[in-house]
Write a protein that binds this ligand. Sequence first.
Ligand code: LLP
Length: 437
Amino acid sequence: STTVERQEEGPLSIGGVDVVDLAGQLGTPLYVIDEADFRTRARAFRDAFAGWDVYYAGKAFITRALAGWVDEEGLFLDVCTEGELRTALEGGFDAARIGMHGNNKSVRELEMALRAGVGRIIVDSLDEIDRIETLCREHETRARVMVRVTPGVEAHTHEYIATAHEDQKFGFSIANGAAMVAMVRCHASPVIDLLGIHSHIGSQIFDTGGFEVAARRTMKLLTQFRQATGTVLPELDLGGGFGIAYTSQDSPSVPEALAADLREIVETEARAHQMPVPHTSIEPGRAIVGPAGTAIYTVGTVKPVDLDGGAQRVYVSVDGGMSDNIRPALYAAEYSATLANRVSDRGPVLCRVVGKHCEGGDILVRDEYLPADIRPGDLLAVPASGAYSRSMASNYNHVPRPPVIAVNGAEWSTLLRRETLDDLLALDQGPVVGDPR
Ligand code: LLP
């Protein structure tokens, strides 16, 4: 795991680099990715799932350099916008190893994917299939396609990140026949090569039961497709969503155990349906980059408030918040925080780590015990911050977004520089032409 260590003098080090030095040079908030940890996790998935294809889900976090790591570790890559695709291509990623997602890809995005020669496009609507056919005719090319299906699974996770029940925007329903219609449509197309079907049941999932149901229903669908058309589709993608530990309460499986479970599930379902075992792929994002990232903040104010019953809670405000990590506000996601610049022998007190934004819901860590002498100027480290934090960051309250650096054995390099107020103001085109002044 990310090598966050307490040095003898007190400050934490991440991947061998002293946090106080980093904060001194780069300021805070700051996101630090342990490159070795990222690569180790990527490799662990690749090795555990040998024979399957592992697509790193770039939406969790991607930069050009990081796309290079993914490539070097032998993984495939999942992108879902022009921005992610361009980042990957500029990072030198081979288009043939990229899968393109999205429920509303624009014509421009599809055109870019086809021109680049992506390995597969995961289609999500009949409108999109029409667009792909038109583009293929225009460019005299063919498209390799997977059909995204909705297996009707209730994944045990937050509603906003569960994606396989019927009433949500992704995929073609298996239950109402829409999936079969889309598959037959692609199969009949003279310009589409239909590779197989794709299902992503949700995110931050710990229980493989949902994958089992998804595998059963997708295998059944592949059987029905064979009955209808005589064709065995070769590929199945089970999506991503493998949970990680945000706090000590979470206990995720290691890739080896996960791989053993998923292989067993796919083989059992194939056997039950008297079908060949499909060539299978998965798309982990969070499980690779999440634990490799740590957020560093500076404490600005410390304010005790009284709770009912006479207890107290200390509100510790830091220099970031919901603009760099929306997850607690959006999904009630839990994190932990540690004093990072020194050690303290003062007893722990109940704290809430909050951001600097003008909202009561701007909470980073709802309940955390920190030393009683926590004070302005201290640094806090929030682990497991590599996925869906900086990648979902906003400029709320005109706050520039933090940089992301990669540490590797006492060296560090910048993945994303800090945004500046000048960057933000450069977008502001006013006062408008014709201003009466
Ligand atoms: N494949 C597809 C088609 C996906 O939609 C996703 C995530 C993944 C793979 C990767 O899932 P992962 O292994 O990273 O869980 N912003 C939310 C998570 C949304 C995930 C969206 N799709 C969060 O912060 O929890």
